[in-house]
Ligand binder design. Structure first.
Ligand code: GDP
Length: 190
């Protein structure tokens, strides 16, 4: 397994410094497996922190990968029972980022493979389409589904999210399913 050199640039609640490398952003519902996916993609254990608690400061975490690509880990959404103020802050930070960020080449959206298309994920994809961003969706935790059920679940999800076949990648962090496909999408974009 290849492991990449990672330089942490910082955690930015606002005023994210301008990109100096082609950038790939990661975004998804909290607990979807975003941190685990980033770590699996990088072949590292603890680049992105697994399971941030709701109510933590919402911030964009930037990492330089092999001095070649910037990964932007965007705060997760969809916490139950968060105050409207927190929701608004997320929307402002993340939508602002997705619309305005210069140097952002690809957005990797994470969704849970075991659930049908969720309203918040559909809305996020609509934002990306409106912003004319290239994106790819990782359907996480496929290892939690029986192999015989995976293809049908992925097909249903793809329809629900209105994705082209090559926009949806079945993913499992522990089994490293989809890591090569994720890199192919990243490599094509940066
Ligand atoms: P985040 O909040 O989106 O960053 O999600 P985390 O990466 O912290 O993962 C949330 C929980 O799901 C943790 O308990 C992870 O161990 C677990 N998890 C994440 N990805 C996978 C996966 O691909 N397969 C399985 N079985 N569990 C996963």
């Amino acid at each position: 397994m290849r492991s990449y050199q990672v330089e942490f640039l910082g955690s930015f609640p606002k005023n994210v410094p301008p990109a100096t490398l082609p950038e790939v952003a990661f975004v998804g519902r909290s607990n979807v497996g975003k941190s685990s996916a980033i770590n699996a993609i990088l072949g590292r254990k603890k680049v992105a922190r697994v399971s941030q608690r709701p109510g933590r400061t919402q911030a964009v975490n930037l990492f330089h990968i092999d001095g070649r690509i910037c990964f932007a880990d965007l705060p997760g959404y969809g916490f139950a029972r968060v105050p409207q103020r927190v929701r608004q802050a997320w929307k402002h930070l993340v939508e602002g980022y997705l619309f305005d960020r210069e140097g952002l080449n690809l957005v990797v959206v994470l969704v849970d493979s075991r659930h049908e298309a969720q309203e918040m994920d559909i809305q996020l994809l609509d934002v990306l389409r409106t912003a004319k961003r290239d994106f790819v969706v990782l359907a996480t935790k496929v290892d939690r589904m029986k192999r015989s059920k995976r293809a049908a679940a992925i097909a249903t999800l793809r329809k629900g999210l209105r994705l082209k076949p090559d926009q949806l990648i079945a993913f499992s962090a522990p089994d490293r399913v989809g890591v090569d496909e994720a890199w192919a999408a990243i490599g094509a974009a940066v």
